[in-house]
Unconditional design. Sequence first.
Lengths: 544, 722
Amino acid sequence: MAVEVTVMGEAAALDPVTTEVVGSGLLDAAEGVGAALVRGAFSPNIKERRDCSAAVFDAGGELVAQAEHIPLHLGSLMGVVREVLRRFPAPADGASEGGLRPGDAFIANDPYAAGGTHLPDITLVSPFFHGGRLVGFVANIAHHSDVGGAVPGGIAGDARSIYEEGLRLPPLRVMEGGRLRDDVVELISLNCRLPEQRRLDLQAQVAANAVGLARLESLCRRYGACTVARTMAALLDYSEGRLRRVVRDIPDGVYSFEDFLDDDGLGRGPLPVRVSVRVEGEDLTFDFTGSAPQVGSAVNVPRAALEATVFYAVKAALDPDLPANGGFHRVITIRTEPGSILDPRPPAACGARTDTCQRVAGTVLGALAKARPERVPAGSNDASTAVVFSGRDARGREFVYVEAVGGGGGARPGKDGLSGVQVHVTNTSNLPVEALEAEFPLRVEAYRFAPGSGGPGRWKGGLGLVRDIRVLADGVVFSCHGDRQKIPPYGLRGGGPGRPGRFVLNPGRPDERVLPSKTSGVVLCRGDLLRIVTPGGGGYGRPT
Amino acid sequence: MPVGYRVAVDVGGTFTDFVVTGPGGELAAFKVPSTPKAPEQAVLGGLRMLTGAGPAPVPPTEVTFLGHGTTVATNAVIERTGGPAGLLITEGFGDLLEIGRQMRPSLYDLLADKPEPLVEREFVWEVPERVAADGSVVRPLDREGVRRGLARLRSLGVRSVAICFLNAHANPEHERAAAKIAREEYPELHLSVSHELLAEFREFERLSSVVLNAYLSTAMGEYLDRLAAGVAREGIRTGIHLAHSAGGLLTLQRCLHRPAATLLSGPAAALVAAASAAAGVLEGPGPADPPATDLVTLDMGGTSADVGLVRDGRPAVTTARKVAGWPCLFPMLDIETVGAGGGSVAWVDAGGLLKVGPRSAGAEPGPAAYGRGGEEPTVTDADVVLGRLGPEGLAAGRVSLDPERARRAVWDRVARRLGLSLEEAAWGVLKVAGATMESAVRLMTIERGLDPRDFSLVAFGGAGPLHAVALARALGMPRVIVPRDPGTFSAQGLLAARVRTDAVKTLLLTLEPDRWGRGAAARRVLECAAALAEEVAGVLEEEGIPPRSAEVRTVLDLRYEGQNHEIRVALGRLGSEDDIARAVRLFHRRHHELNGYRLERAPVEVVNVRVEGTGRLPGSGLPRARRTPAPASAGAAAPRSRPVYFGPGYGWLTTPVVGREALEPGRWHSGPLVVSEPDATTLVPPGARVRLVADGGWAGSLVIEPGVGEGVGGGGGGDGDG
């Protein structure tokens, strides 16, 4: 390889103009990847519901720029990049055979072996080299609508271990010398329902990273790899410094809060989530000691998911405009007890970790509300009310329909809560009724706010949603996971709680029954109606 | 009909622009200050100047065309002065307008709000009825429910009602029946019926569009009434044509029915001007040039920069835009707006980074250099500090520039805070604004699978020609074109625009791989296209375009079965099954271009059939030559050269300042050079060269080869490692 002459190590600090200009190029790169993924993906889950994210990392694996999609995805992106770097060191680190090479790409999803957060989220990481030197990584993540496992869609709230949840991927080299490895792709598609859809979505993920790599290449050509690398460092420092200044203004002390998950889906609950936030000078420590032990169902939270959730809550409560990069993460320390629901040991299942992450977000915000009362709302619906319908349509084709239904946001200081939205770590869109009905043997008979579901208060909690889905074919299998169906979203400063959600089969019929909040494999018949009701947000301030 | 005087009036935020051609094809162009509270006053005032004053007044009866670009619809949505409107919707879906796609307004800001629905919940009435996705009736329409709803909405004082039922694109019978009841029993109501306006699936986007239409009908109707009455009082007998968002014209009568089609009226006309000019031939300096029919447009005004796209001489159209947060499926030209206008404010954030926009100082108080009380530094102030804008001022001298105020603002609020010199700070402001524009161009090209190096950059608006070369350099674009009279380009586009009408129907039919063009599905596509073509031709005829001169284009929205995102493939009039097969071939290619793969053996789904009908009005086209030369005063008062700063590499260079008319047509002139005109300043930096085009579609335009050099947003001060 030709030796590149690089003017490096200029002592001069980067000027604020170059940082801003190159920084906007790095953000472009991340957003370009995200847009290419949404555009190129095959399945509705990624395309229509935008259940995917993208980011750019520096050579050390620190997050530099993130396209704004799903906050929770950040966890897997960071975790997988970290694990790829550990297993496949960069050449400069004296790596021998098997280290990172130009034209490589790696794929992974496993929460224990690869820094993932649950199996359907498959991360693709591409190292970026310029002049033979590792400059950074481009990564994207997509929620695949199936990765094998016991139930279609891969997320059963009542799964007992990760083995039931589908195919586990450690970091695997899926591209070599710029070529896709068909054997790896086939291994994945063979293990999934709708194998062709998996293959095409993976291909779209590969094409999306190529957009980011090209953008980084053009930045390096124009400004030099050295300036790009220094900009990355400057952006991280900027973000760190900015959060430190905010934290400095918060009175030192310990701010605690606790909340509960309804249950583990196997009849055990409520499960406490506890946090003590210690503010000390410019540093924040989140100690989750006292939270429930890990459970035998799918609501365990892997480390990477916990980190993403805490980072989300800090940014939302303290400085929403803080650039979403790893710099501000340096301000934060997270403590957990091994073997707890927030630090599970394998083979604990974690497919439905979003429910717990939502509760963690709400709990952390509850604690930060004591530190920053003017910025933090009451409890939001804090659930991920997710349903999966699968079966065969009239033409005999297999289908999997995944939907996560939003709910009420907590009432805010000075105004009511938002109604019918996804909150906190998730941000998926709904599938249009007319698109859904054209594609699946289902009919949506109502989609509206749940009246009276918002908590009372000086400011009212946002309303939850009702979605009534009629099944038009026999043998449709239904799975779901939700929470906040027993313990409602909390009110703040005298505001009342929001109303919990529920899953009801055939409401108003003699055979009406309320389904458990985390269940799988319910077989539905033609004519059955499933009513999904999501929780409303808590109220704020004493009612006047 | 003889071609008399053709008049175009484009209303902008600050000025209302007029461009006029007479029987000899001459051009007059002028601006009057806009009157935002009653926009017709500026329009009528300008018309009066045209018909009454001056050495050669235009006889009102000889005006044969009056084209109008308006911001009334946009402003009514943004300022929420439309409505009140009511809505009839399928039972069970009364909250749909507020639920939308269940996305929250901001990912992290917990205090952010969704836009308030344009129809309050109290004005929404749910009607028992239901149609399935295949068009079958699940629940018959409750006509009494419709009557009760209408009575209730009338009692609330509603004058405009939207009707949107689920799956109406598959079977419009229920909507049709409800509309019939409304028209019979409340003939005074304005109706916006979803299948009549947009027979397209995805209920929220259709609902939002139809509600926008209903919301705008009253405000737009009142404005158009006042305008038409005023125009008639001036003695002008020709009808009024409005520019709609897809770059076409529609008559005032038709605009009353679909006011939401004018939400992007002004910017759309500018793209039409660019596309019309592109239809002419640019004499090529070399065979390596890209065709001048593929353009990226940069319209940089006071508050923002609009980036648009013209491919094969046609402006790109989208139905995926939002207006004030509300999806709008009415076809609109695909324009990306970013907060990098002349008035965009430069500021240093809490962490010490330099930012530009999105806030703008607007026209009042405007940039610090205007001396109208603005103290914040803007992009224009940076241009003044660096000598890029000279003492001759803006808008034909209407706005004078005070360099001292500009320097003070940039120094106090940027340079001092960042520890930079005055030049470095001003240069930095331009680099940051340039990066924002660059992102917008990337979004319009690279993110749509296109390479910006295959496009010419057309720059207009007051500030576009000043920043275009730097932008072209940053993206490797080989050519910059600055059209004649870049400050009134939108109004010129009104004179060139065609009457246009669009129709759409969702089909969701699958074509099998071994028989793309054959079989029942293909036949149904052809039938649908033929029916829409007939509908469109009927509308055009009502709009005064005889069937033989109407041009019909079909666009199919296609996707692989199982996908949820369509790609548009444009064809001429669909004639035979071969055309369908051709469309599928084009789709495979475009899918590969956009997404990096194609599936030759997968079934392809026809999601929507769209038909656009256009027709040329007599005498339409861009104005050719100027009758009255540009006021010489502004140019003459300016010094013949001035120092201009071209970045740390070049520093300050003494730069000649010339008028466009001083350039010898066809000859290259090397930068540094400033071409100063009454309504715009074009900057040709060192390393670039400029030429005045002698003839062809771009006659009178400046063509600039950017060359290489230190562009704003480029080079970055020699810290590269090559």
